[in-house]
Design a protein around this ligand. Sequence first.
Ligand SMILES: [Zn+2]
Length: 213
Amino acid sequence: MSTSKNINRTNLSPKDALDLLVQGNKRFIENKQQDKNLSEMREALKNNQQPFAAILGCSDSRVAPELIFDQTLGDIFSVRLAGNVACRKAIGSLEYSCKYLGSKIIVVMGHSNCGAVKAACDNFEEGNITEIIKLLQPAVSEETTTLDPERNSKNSEFVSNVCFLNVKKQIQNIINQSDILRDLLDKKQIGIIGGVYNLSSGQVEFDLLGSTF
Ligand SMILES: [Zn+2]
């Protein structure tokens, strides 16, 4: 039986919600995932949902939040766009999740070797992909430790630096552009934190990034 039904979602603090994600990520890394009865959860959730976390992550096929945090149906309100960019529609989705579904934490999650970040590092432009790259450019500009001609996607340190800076920039975008979320943050009803998922180890690193905790 899934343990997710046992979470007291209404009384959960933002820190409690973060702890649930950290514990789930540990289970994923150790390949000790909880048993999940998906038909039972589907039935239990058919009329309502109260996802405890809202995650703005990359669309990358290897970074599915429910899997890497070992959660099940109804646990995570998942907003995914290449490069985990906080465009207004993404911010609107996060507002809905926190204000109307009761999510206690927002995680902005980048990941290692992100194709969107690498494309931004190379100033890639094509079709509507350009729109996403534009939203990643501020992080590229903010990375000032790498000098030409090393500022490209072949430089893994540069790519990693931009990935971390991008998570911070997207958190700033969310806070700057959302009265609703700023209000919930001020009241300590929600928290927001950045994370970077390592494709190789499976670990989400939270501690190097800005947060409201
Ligand atoms: Zn990515």
